[in-house]
Design a binder for this molecule. Sequence first.
Ligand code: NAD
Ligand code: MG
Length: 384
Amino acid sequence: MSFPRKLVLLGATGSIGGNSLRVIRRHPDKLKLIGISAFQNGEKLGSIAREFGVKKIHLSQTPSNIPELPNGTEFTSGAEALLDLASWDEADMVLVAVVGAAGLPPTLAALEAGKDVVLANKESLVVGGSLVMETANRTGARILPADSEHNAVFQCIQGQPQKSLDSLALTASGGPFRNLPLEELSKVTPETALKHPNWIMGPKITVDSATMANKGLELIEAKWLFDLPPEKLHVLIHPPSLVHAIVKFKDGCCLAQMSPPSMTFALQNAMLYPERHTGVDEGLDLSASLDLSFSPPDMERYPCLKLAIQVLRDDGSAPLVFNASNEVAVEAFLANRIGFESISSIIEHSLNLFEHRSFSTLDDLLYLDEEARLLAKQAIVKFA
Ligand code: NAD
Ligand code: MG
């Protein structure tokens, strides 16, 4: 695909949205922002629209006041209009930075329209991996992974045939409670869980990193993106977050990708692929010493990761139930309604009680997702 690329950014007001805007500001000759969306923050969206002169803006929730917009900018709201923006014929590339399973319908709409999709949203592949991959394969649309670990794998496998891959490891910092005595996990509060040692991210993924549900979601994401069986997908704790993934090939050689913990590296790599240009943030200083320590995770400390590894073997509704119950539980934890350790209890409870079945359409999936959320909401009361 040639440059400049006309880009639609869904979830423009979030943490990934902000880092994406930094990349766009750095490369105005290569990337033209033409459409943006957010859930409800019209004021922030309006200011992005004015800075970049975007042509279309969308809010999921209809606001009481429509934000002040540049002349000629079209404003829409509601679920259907988000799909129209994701499949807008003027766009070359759609960056999905929406949080949660809400990212799935626009991802499918963009792929259905044959757009290149820069995928930061991981939940869409977790809940609808088969639909996402089938749609991309059918329309020929490309998925450019922007989650840092998956972008790292993507970089390592360029020019390597699929049959040469043996296995891979995604790295994890271990989060803020990596060294906390296990008996103190029950005292963890949203304030402490939201202090990630290396990354600045949105609240949901920051809690997911503390429980390592995030790495579980990423294993499922990797299964779909790189077509490897569950036993070939590994996790390694690497506290400094410099190496993002390691790929092992059939001949036993490994390649790894390294960059400081900022999402601009992965986002720029995906947005400008296959070109490389000066980045937004400084890369690693190769004249200084580097901490390259790796160790396998302690499953007793990270029960959400243990559950995700069980779910990884299931191509039916288990990943969807894992994700829905995690989203509901994290929201309840952030609202101080349940304790930190109840997050894994609610996921386990939901996985055990859900009447699992397979699905083949988006409507069926959304119906099951709703059912799984209801079950998890009932469990909130039990585990409060
Ligand atoms: P965030 O909460 O900071 O931002 C989310 C964005 O999505 C906001 O613009 C918000 O308005 C919008 N949004 C929220 N709910 C929505 C809904 N129901 N419908 C439409 N739009 C909605 O989240 P984030 O940290 O930027 O993460 C975004 C996605 O990227 C997540 O899937 C996350 O797992 C993934 N991701 C984030 C990081 C990171 O560094 N933050 C790294 C890797 C992957
Ligand atoms: Mg990641």
